[in-house]
Design a protein around this ligand. Structure first.
Ligand code: DGJ
Length: 733
């Protein structure tokens, strides 16, 4: 049993392999948060709540010593004396927003109930998890609020989500509905978040908490490259390998907020969920609202320990489908090779070169549909551009297949160009405010996926193509953010539901298409890594990490991404030099070495490769195929952070620790510099490992304590890869 309730103390104790989470009902049904962290066998309340009156802190039951303003709570309300950030807010018929939730009942269920219409972690059998549902009720309105807690025992992770049900006769409006609220006893933490911009996604920022609110959020209609829906609180002494870290990751792809508030008494409250800014949700009598899910991970093995827990859970119990546990094909994508300017012959020539290299999949990117020669037209017209591809898609797919490669195709299903047949026919099918100017971005508008008929039309168009052409892979792109947020199909009192309804529509379309075409590998993209979030990973097991393909920029992008997301989900390609984005020239070896740590591929015109390049690339593809299972499904250990210096290093260790791959890169060469080494992690200290390339053997203990000498090379942007295996692994090959 992983969830235990003690009637006497009214304490719920939830446990995973290494963690405990404790909540308690106090006084007249207030559900308090008591503890989250390292597992304790028996929680006997060594740190009881202190009930002590303070000036300016109101007393709900008249007792000077009791105030909600100081109570650590599981799902705090606004209006009854807690002045910190609330978890929710409900506007009522009389215009008031005060609520007073109290404990009503609980139930414990085996497994994990599905979240209707939303992506979420899941179980494959009921014994993998246990779920506690606590029902709260308002003291005046008949509103039921169900807090769900699932513990994944073996995965060492927990999830939280909330469901609001209006059982009353009147309608109410949710103004805020967070997925979780968490009160910590003190504020001695740093906040870590992953923020950036287009082409510079998921940089790591770590800063001390200070009094007041600090947050990351999106108001863009997408989770965004600016801020990822994730944050961690780290104890001051916590680092990559040791120390306490608390991770919060939201399984959602739209507007979100992750807010941390340090209050007057130096306690800390984390609130995470849909961004309440410009959001509301009408609940008619009988209606319900389900929040997205937040995934919480505690680790006392530093950030690395936290990441590995997220990786294992997301790889195996968030990602789904045939490719979840499958090695991902090595691909070549034509985007940076040709942009819009291609012919069927050109694509076939690229595929022919790819075939010589052992590449398994050709992806035809943007420009194959409608009348698309640039980014100004045709989104929404998902039929082949005959003037460009006179033989049609079938013919092209066949030519590619004949070369031994599978065929993949780019779509941007959520968008419409002003210059398109779809827009001319249905100008009201985009997100807009009636009568207002429609702001373009990349010359396009967003389809109103809050409308069922729009979702149906897009599913139909895509199904026609996926059902009639041998397509093995889809790149699902999304290249703008929301403006003039509104839907013509919604009444005025529901306009502020548009952005979330849009997201629900996107999830529905993704669900229908991925279910109807289970053999297709879907990769998501949003101007690169603009929607790299757990919500999308539920439908598509990999995401294009960034439009920035420069190997040196990618050190940070991939390192930052790996804080939450597994290597198998990170799309990474070798591209041309000078790099199209930053103009940097790096060797083909280093470009390959960096791109290996992801869903690997090439993104350039292979017909321009020299004989020498072909030789190197052939070796890369062959090597990668040998090790990709280990890379894509092993445990990641980050060794040197590119955010902290001139080097980056990481390694991947197989589940049974018999094999490992180590990556090292030095950004700029320095004259007359010292001799570097890198200490490994995650190995079996009792085993001997052979360095495959040199044949030398060292103990795991030595490799971790002493480290490997980095070979000195002249020039900038040099990298090195070592492959290690134990004697057992060698003889099993
Ligand atoms: C943005 C993507 O990130 C690129 O990889 C490419 O697919 C373009 N869109 C195509 O328009």
């Amino acid at each position: 049993m992983t969830i235990h309730y003690d009637e006497k103390s009214r304490i719920f104790h939830l446990t995973t392999k290494n963690t405990s989470y404790v909540l308690q009902i106090v006084r007249e049904g207030y559900v308090t948060h008591r503890y989250w962290g390292k597992r304790v066998n028996r929680f006997r309340d060594s740190r009881p709540i202190v009930f002590k009156g303070r000036p300016l802190s109101p007393n709900p039951d008249g007792d000077w010593n009791f105030s909600l303003d100081m109570l650590p709570q599981e799902y705090p309300s606004f209006g009854t004396g807690d002045f910190r950030t609330p978890a929710f807010q409900i506007s009522q018929e009389d215009g008031s927003t005060t609520c007073d939730l109290r404990f009503h009942s609980y139930r414990i269920v085996q497994g994990k109930p599905k979240l209707e219409g939303l992506p979420a972690t899941y179980t494959e059998s009921d014994d993998e998890a246990e779920t506690l549902e606590i029902e709260l009720r308002d003291t005046l309105l008949d509103i039921h609020v169900i807090l769900s807690y699932t513990v994944f025992h073996q995965w060492d992770a927990m999830t939280r989500s909330v469901r609001f049900v209006n059982k009353d006769q009147i309608k109410v409006k949710l103004l805020q509905a967070a997925s979780l609220s968490m009160d910590f006893d003190d504020a001695d933490y740093d906040m870590l978040h992953l923020s950036g911009a287009w082409a510079n996604e998921r940089n790591m920022y770590r800063r001390p908490l200070f009094p007041g609110n600090q947050s990351v959020e999106s108001k863009r209609g997408a989770s965004s490259p600016q801020h990822n829906p994730f944050l961690a609180l780290m104890r001051k002494e916590a680092g990559e390998q040791a120390g306490e870290v608390y991770g919060f990751s939201l399984v959602y792809s739209g507007n979100f907020i992750a807010n941390v508030e340090v209050d007057q008494y130096d306690t800390t409250r984390v609130v995470m969920g849909i961004n309440p800014f410009d959001f509301s949700w009408l609940l008619e009598p009988g209606e319900a609202f389900q929040t997205p899910e937040a995934v919480m991970v505690y680790s006392d093995e530093g950030l690395g320990g936290m990441s590995r827990i997220y990786h294992r859970l997301y790889r195996s119990r968030l990602c789904r489908g045939e490719y979840r546990d499958k090695e991902r094909p090595v691909l070549v994508n034509n985007w940076e090779g040709t942009y819009f300017n291609f012919t069927a012959d050109k694509i076939e020539q690229i595929a022919a070169k790819g075939s010589e290299l052992g590449i398994e999949l050709l992806v035809l990117d943007d420009g194959w549909f409608g009348k698309r020669n640039d980014d100004k037209s045709s989104l929404g017209d998902w039929f082949v551009y005959r003037e460009k591809l006179p033989g049609g898609l079938d013919n092209l797919a066949e030519r590619i297949n004949k070369l031994g490669l599978q065929f993949g195709l780019w779509f941007e299903p959520e968008m419409v160009s002003e210059d398109s047949e779809l827009y001319r026919k249905h100008p009201d099918w985009c997100i807009h405010v009636k009568g207002r100017h429609r702001t373009l971005s990349r010359s396009q508008l967003i389809l109103d996926f809050s409308r069922q008929e729009v979702c149906d039309a897009i599913v139909e168009q895509l199904s026609d193509i996926l059902g009639s052409t041998p397509i093995a892979y889809v790149k699902w792109d999304m290249n703008r953010h929301m403006t003039e947020v509104g839907s013509e199909a919604l009444p005025s009192e529901r306009q502020r539901e548009t952005a979330h309804r849009y997201m629900l529509g996107v999830y529905q379309v993704m669900e229908r298409l991925t279910t109807a075409f289970p053999h297709v590998l879907f990769e998501s993209c949003s101007s690169g890594g603009g929607r790299f979030d757990p919500g999308i990973l539920y439908y598509m097991p990999q995401t294009w990490a960034s439009d920035n393909t420069d190997a040196i920029s990618r050190l940070k992008i991939q390192y930052g991404t790996s804080i939450v997301y597994p290597v198998s989900t990170i799309g990474a390609h070798v591209s041309d030099v000078p790099n199209h984005m930053v103009g940097r020239v790096t060797s083909l070896e280093t470009r390959g070495n960096v791109a290996f740590f992801g869903a690997f591929g090439y993104e350039l015109d292979l017909t321009r490769f020299t004989e020498q390049d072909m030789g190197i690339a052939k070796g890369q593809v062959a090597w990668f195929k040998e090790v990709r299972k280990l890379i894509q499904f092993g445990d990641l250990y980050r060794l040197l952070s590119p955010f902290e210096g001139n080097e980056a290093a990481w390694m991947i260790v197989s589940d049974n620790r018999s094999e490992a791959i180590v990556f090292y890169c030095k950004v700029l060469e320095q004259p007359n510099s010292g001799f570097r080494s890198v200490r490994l992690q995650g190995l079996n200290s009792d085993a001997d490992y052979e360095l495959v390339e040199s044949g030398e053997t060292f103990g795991g203990d030595e490799l971790m304590a002493v480290g490997l000498r980095v070979p000195a090379k002249r020039g900038d942007f040099n990298s090195h890869i070592w492959r290690l295996r134990t004697m057992d692994a060698k003889s099993n090959r």
